[in-house]
Every structure is written in C-alpha cells, then in structure tokens.
Ligand binder design. Sequence first.
Ligand code: FDA
Ligand code: PGT
Length: 452
Amino acid sequence: MKELKYDVLIIGGGFAGASTAYHLAGHGLKVLLIDSKPWNRIGDKPCGDAVSKAHFDRLGMPYPRGDELENKISGIKLYSPDMETVWTVKGEGFELNAPAYNQRILREAEAKGVEIWDQTTAVKPIIDHDTVVGAVLNNRRTNEEVTVYTKVVVEATGYSRSFRSKLPPVLPVAEDLDERDTDIAYREVLLTKDDIEDNEYLRIYVTQKASPGGYWWYFPKGKNKVNVGLGIQGGMGYGSIHEYYKKYLDTYAPDVDKNKLLVKGGALVPTRRPLYSMVWNGIIVVGDSAYTVNPVHGGGKGSAMISGYCAARTILSAYETGDFTTNGLWNMNLCYINEYGAKQASLDIFRRFLQKLTDEDIDYGMKRKVIKEEDLLEASEKGDLHLSAADKAMRVISALGRPSLLFKLKTVADYMKRIKQLYLNYPQSPKMLNQWKESVDSTILEFNNAIS
Ligand code: FDA
Ligand code: PGT
C-alpha cells in the first residue's frame, strides 16, 4: 500500500474543513484535504444557506460574490404560532449558493498550496500509543488505497462523524450524542408564483404543532426563489418529517410553485453544547462533527467557520512548540469556547426550555412581551438572557394565575448564566476535564428537573 507523509490531514471539505484549510494555507505546512464527494458536489448538503455577515467580518473570510451570493439579508421576521405577533430582528446576512462559496474557499486554499483530493474517503484511523498518527484513505479517482501519516488529523466529517466514530469509545473526542439533542431537518428550494414580498427578510415560524421542537423557515433566495423547510426534534417519536412538510407547506409557503422544484433533501442537526473536548493526541474535531451548531436556530455554517479558524491557529502554534499531544492542542478548546462555545452552552439551556413550551405559551409570551425582541437578540448574540423587563410581566402572569412553563423563565435565565460561567472556566489543561464535565452534566440534569 502506498504510504505518504503530510503535516496536516483534513478529512472533509465542507465549511469546517474548507475554512481550516483556508486559514492554514500559505504558512509553509504540507496540508492534504480529502472529501468523499466529487469536486462539483463538495459543500452541497441540505441547508437553509443563511449565514450572518458578522461571521465573515470576525474571521476575515471573503464575502460571497457573483453566483455565490443568492440574496442579501437585512434581518429575520419571527412569527408566533398564531401568526398574530411578528418580531423583526435586524441584522445583515447572506443567503448563499453554499456549494459555490464552499468550493471557492477550497480553490483559494489550493492556490496557496493545500493539496485537495476529491472522491477520497478516510476509511479508518491509524492509532499508535493512544495517539492518532494518520488514516487509511480510499482514493476512488486513482483507485488506490493510501496510508497517510501526519502530526495532526482534522476531523471535519460533518454530522456523520464517520472518522472519529472509529476511534476507541473511551476517548473524549469519540463522544456520542443523545438523539433528543438533534433536530431532523428537511428543505426544498422552489420558485414562487409571484414576487416575494420583503424578500430581504428571512421568515421563521415558531410552531410546535407543525414542527415540534423546531420551526418552519422561509428563506428568500431572490425575487422568485425560496428555500423552505422545517426542523423537528429527534428522539421524541414525533413521526415523519415528510408528513409534516406535506401537511403544512401550504400554510407556511402558500406561494411556491410545486412544479418548479429545484432541490430537495434533509439531514440531521446537532442542537447542543460543543463536544466536551474537541482535541485529543494528534486529532482536532471541527464543525458539525464537534457539535458546533447554534442550539436555538440550528445555524452551523458560521460556527463551523469559527471552529476552522481556531483549528488552524492551534495547529500553527503546535508546529511552533512541536507538541501535538492533547496538551499541545488544548488551545483549540479555549479558542472555540471563547469565540462561540460558551454561548452555545447557554443556548443549549434555552433550547431545552423552548422545546417544552406549548404554542399557547409562545403566543402569550410573544404578545405580552414576556421576552422582548431585544432580549432574544441579545440571547442569540451573547447567550445572555436578561429579564429585568420581564419581571413585571411575570408578576402579571402570576396574578392571572396562569399555570405555565413561562413562570420558569427566571430559572432558565439563572441556569443560562451558570452554565456560561462554567464554560468560561473551562479547564486550562486536560487533567481537569472529567471533573469539569461532571459539573456541566449535573447542572444540565438539575435544570431538566427544575423545568420538568
Ligand atoms: P458538512 O456536512 O458540510 O461537511 C462534511 C464533509 O465531510 C462532506 O463534504 C462529506 O462528504 C465529507 N466526509 C464525511 N466523511 C468523510 C470521510 N470519511 N472521508 C472523506 N470525506 C468525508 N446552517 C446555517 O448556518 N444556516 C442555515 O440556514 C442552515 N440550515 C440548515 C438546514 C438543514 C436542512 C440542515 C440539515 C442544516 C442546516 N444548517 C444551517 C447547518 C449547516 O448545514 C451545517 O452546520 C454545516 O454545513 C456543517 O458544516 P461541516 O463542514 O461541519 O459539515
Ligand atoms: C428551538 C430549537 C430549535 C432547533 C432548530 C432546528 C432547526 C434546524 C434548521 C436549521 C435552519 C437554520 C437556520 C439558520 C438561520 C440563521 C439565523 C441567523 O443567522 O441568526 C443570526 C446570527 O446568529 P449567530 O449566532 O450565527 O451569529 C451571532 C453573531 O451575529 C455573530 O457574532 C441571529 O439572529 C437570530 O438568532 C434570530 C433568532 C432566531 C430564533 C429562532 C427561533 C427561536 C424560537 C424563539 C421563540 C421565542 C418565544 C419566547 C416566548 C417566551
């Protein structure tokens, strides 16, 4: 079998793997990125394709341009279940042609020296003394089996987790997830019969009836084209997502022309805090595989890019110290948690609460502004839920004697703060990982009991 050596092997060329390659390129390292798909399909996965502009600015990533950009977004309209309340959250973003943008990032990395093999799958890890030292690859373009040895593997295989799932289950980076910490999501891209009104706004319809534990979205891709879909919570026995889609499409996207269907497909979304450790000896995990998705809105492309940026920085500094052990790569955890992970943990708490509300709770809460638009935006941007204004509203609800989950909002805000604090005190070294993980797990358990 052919044997090769690279400084870094990136497995998966989606947003997470591509951004890792982009930030690593041009720094003198010998980098190989592989993806199972052929070039023209890399980045082509079921998605709503909406990403906040803030991520591109923060990370110095190029804006999408030309055919990579389908629509510029000015904000989100959030509809209550009865559609009587609409909150408008302003914020610039892009509705992407995701494969086109993804492939451009890969081409730019390639132009700066990253080697890219398409139609190549990592079949199994090579482990030596508790350390990942490479992978066996199957290259279908050349019809070869190749063994690649490397100092660091970047696992960017998306929700499939197809590489790290073959590591010994005792390793923290092999951590599995609870099905209830996922959403099953399905979307179609269709043309509309008429011009879309306010097409620079994404629409999110919160409805437990039509999308239990998730929401319906309607994301305009221009004047006459829309990405429409829904998410439902996994592991709850809610039934087939296709049935929900068929049943409620006319309610949430009455203007689509069903004969003008361009794309369809579904996939799973992790909706939890990030992997407890994104690194182990010789390996860094990024993107969906590391559960980097925002637990409340399910968007994961921006945070996949953040994780790629953190991975590249970590690898470059590990090459300076020559330490590729868990210790040497530990900064990955600190970087990601600081940039996004702590907020994710706090939103994981918020998500658990939201998924227990009834449509009546949400209608009431949005109408009476128990939470306000600004509170939701702040929660979404920073992971902090401030309820000063809500306190008064709470007293009103109490006075009405409304026996509702909404009463628990104060508890929710407290636990969000607690968990965020725990994340901001993430262990500075691997030694304390288990103890820290136990505190997180018990806080979550305690919270689940408090709101059940
Ligand atoms: P991704 O899955 O994109 O890439 C993994 C790559 O690894 C693939 O190209 C695959 O071929 C390759 N691979 C896997 N195993 C391999 C192996 N063993 N060897 C070689 N290659 C391998 N996010 C967002 O920001 N805005 C949105 O609007 C939406 N909407 C949305 C809707 C729906 C229906 C879903 C299911 C998800 C979303 N998301 C989203 C989430 C978003 O799509 C997701 O978080 C990112 O695309 C994840 O990017 P990754 O690079 O981590 O994985
Ligand atoms: C409740 C569980 C839901 C799980 C959802 C699963 C569904 C999967 C489907 C995936 C669709 C992906 C859609 C992605 C949309 C992108 C939205 C977006 O870009 O949001 C921006 C940016 O957030 P960011 O974290 O990426 O970046 C932050 C910053 O800019 C960077 O520094 C922010 O806008 C919002 O978050 C708006 C809020 C969306 C809320 C979603 C629904 C929540 C329901 C709320 C109900 C409230 C009722 C309360 C009543 C008391």
